[in-house]
Each structure stands twice: as C-alpha cells, then as structure tokens.
Design a binder for this molecule. Sequence first.
Ligand code: PMP
Length: 426
Amino acid sequence: MSSLYERHRAVMPEWMALYYRQPVEITHGEGRHVWDADGNRYLDFFGGILTTMTAHALPEVTKAVSEQAGKIIHSSTLYLNRPMVELAERIAALSGIPDARVFFTASGTEAVDTALLLATAHRRSNQVLAMRNSYHGRSFSAVSVTGNRTWSPTSLSPLQTLYVHGGLRTRGPYAGLTDTRFIEACVADLEDLLGHTRDVAALIAEPIQGVGGFTSPPDGLYAAFREVLDRHGVLWIADEVQTGWGRTGEHFWGWGAHAGSGPPDLLTFAKGIGNGMSIGGVVARAEIMNSLDAHSLSTFGGSPVTMAAGLANLTHLLEHDLQGNARRVGGLLIERLRAIAAQVPPVREVRGRGLMIGIELVRAGTDRADPEAVTAVLEAARAGGLLIGKGGGHNTSALRIAPPLSLTVAEAEEGASILEQALYSI
Ligand code: PMP
C-alpha cells in the first residue's frame, strides 16, 4: 500500500511544492494548534498561509457553515443572496473607499484578475505598474504582475507590465538610503517611468509583500506614489490579500500605513476573511466597478455558505478586537525575535508588523541568501512542534511567521522559544 505522499506525487503536479522532507498531513485543528495524522500537535504560526485568520475550528464559523449548508449551499448570483449582500455592506463600510461596490470571487487570484480587468477597462489601457518582488496570484494575468521570479513561470502576458522600485527596503540600489531619501528616490523613479510611457492604467502593490518575505517600504511610500499617480490619472490597486483585516496590528488595512492621500482606488482581499472558506473579492468606487459594458459573474463567488462563514468570522474578529491583539501580541513577539536574532549571526533582518513577521537568513558574514538554512530552520521548528512558513525573493531567504490573530502571549512566548532552538540548531 503506497503512502499518501507517494500517491500525492503520482497524481499532483510537480510544481505544487510540499513543505518538509516528510510532509505533514494535517487532520484537525483547534485554536492556534493543529494535529497531524500521527497524532503530533503543533503550534501553528502560519495558519495555512495566513488564511486561518481568527482560530482553527472557531465555533461561530463552524456553526454558520453547517446551518447555512443545511438551508441552501448554492443559488448563483442570478437570485438575491442575503448573506452576500450583508457581507458586501460590511466590507464596503470597512474599506474606506467612498461609494464602494464589492464583487466576490472564489480566490485571491480572481480578485486580482478582476481588479486588473476593471482598471484596464476603465483606463482603456493594458499598461500596468507592479512592484519588484511582488506576488499577486497564479492565473495568466496575475502572473504577469508578479515580480518574484520564483513564482512567475512565463513571461508571456496579456498586460504590458513595468516594475517599480520600493517594495524591498533593504536590498536593491536604494537600500543604503535613509527612509526619506529612499522614498524620494522611488518617487523620482516612478515620475521618470511615467514620463516615458503613455496612459498607464494602474499600479498594483501589496502594502507588505507576502510571498516576497514580508518586506515593505517605509511608511508613506504609497501615499507619495499616489500624488504622482493622481497627476497622471493612474489608479492604485492595493492588494490586501495578506495584509487585510487587522493582521498588521496598527491598521485594519495595509494601506493604512500609507494613508496620507486616502484609500486606494481598488482593493483586493481573500485568504483570512473566510477563515479557510474560499472567499476573494475586490472593492472599488462605483464609477470604476461599473465601467464594464458587458455582463460578468462568478458562479462560486459569493456562495451562501462562504458568505455565512465570512460574516461569522468578521463579527468575531471585530467583537474580540483581534486587530488590537495582533498589535499587542505581535509587538511582543517581534521584540522577542529581535532579541533572539541579535545572538544568531545568520539572521540578516527581523521585519514586519503585527502578526506578519519575516526573518531573513544569510550565509554568516555575507549578504547572500541562504535558502538551505531557511529550510533547515523550518524542519527544526517542526521537530520542536511549531509550523512556520518561508518566502522571499533571492531564492526564498526568509522565514514567515503569521499565526491566527487570536494568538495568546503564552503561545507567542512558546513559539519564540521553539524558534530560538531551531535557529541555534543550524
Ligand atoms: N495576492 C496576494 C498578495 C497573495 O499573497 C496571494 C496568495 N498567496 C494572492 C494574491 C492569490 O491568492 P489565491 O492563492 O487565493 O489565488
């Protein structure tokens, strides 16, 4: 009888990578913990890639899903759908975007694809700006704004994309500048680029790059970009698939750190809002959302079961101030990790905010990425009972820490101790 791993390899695509030399089959979870098929318990500091946002097996979400499933699972967007309208109303109000309209999809990729469709149709141009080291999804259009080589399997594209400086603070030609000078240099680069192009539709950017290793520019960069973009009529799409719903602690959306000139024109979301149910979506001002002059729908977008989950999850998040928890517990965790890192030479940088923390590893004494060390720390953390993620450009050079937002101080402390051991073991 073949193992599940052997069966997986025989039937799944090779490019869909699995973590760990001996991959884990997660069978159930509760709170911030998950269990594997051998009965091992892990503290979960990755939440299935920032998707289990509040907690595993959150009773309110489980109840909402089963109750809705018992009533009706699917009706389609051809009929009125109460949970969809209710979740759209709440997201529109939370988005900060005036006269907001919401369109639901079944994934982050489709949300990005929709935002690109809207922006390019509205502006009547297929020229788009994106950030170096970005990740926006796996479809043909999302890949064509993904500036991270590891995740970009083709250069063929429906868009003309130009990549802008700024997403990576501590690498690249401007790394040595102060924050103010860094922003000035990136803005000057953007001005220059727009001077050489015509009718660019939009800039798409993650306020904190997720797959890119939790890297971000200094606060205010996108507000400074906004002034330039506005002058050229270029729309700003904030891809909040990882940074939304309070994960960054200080702000409900990642764009909040760049709020100088108001909310983005379009905002994409996915991952955490459904706590694992497949919800993605895009928010845009009515004028932009309504600019399509043909019909469009998503068969699964807005399905009643996912919407019921989203409503229950969002209610729990807001009623328990999990954004505040992310700020407090994330603040303690990052401080603790910085103290540990100061003793471990391969750590180049501990970065991030709230419960979105990246640790970049290099070969000791050099500035060269060390993906083997990243993999070794992942393995050692797992052996110690902790699941974390990895990412980053430069050959996957960063550990990624993004637990459910209900993380307790004791769990943060426990996870940090396991990570400390793992870092010392390499
Ligand atoms: N945008 C960002 C910023 C993401 O991190 C991701 C997923 N990692 C996506 C879009 C695509 O989302 P999905 O995997 O749900 O298609």
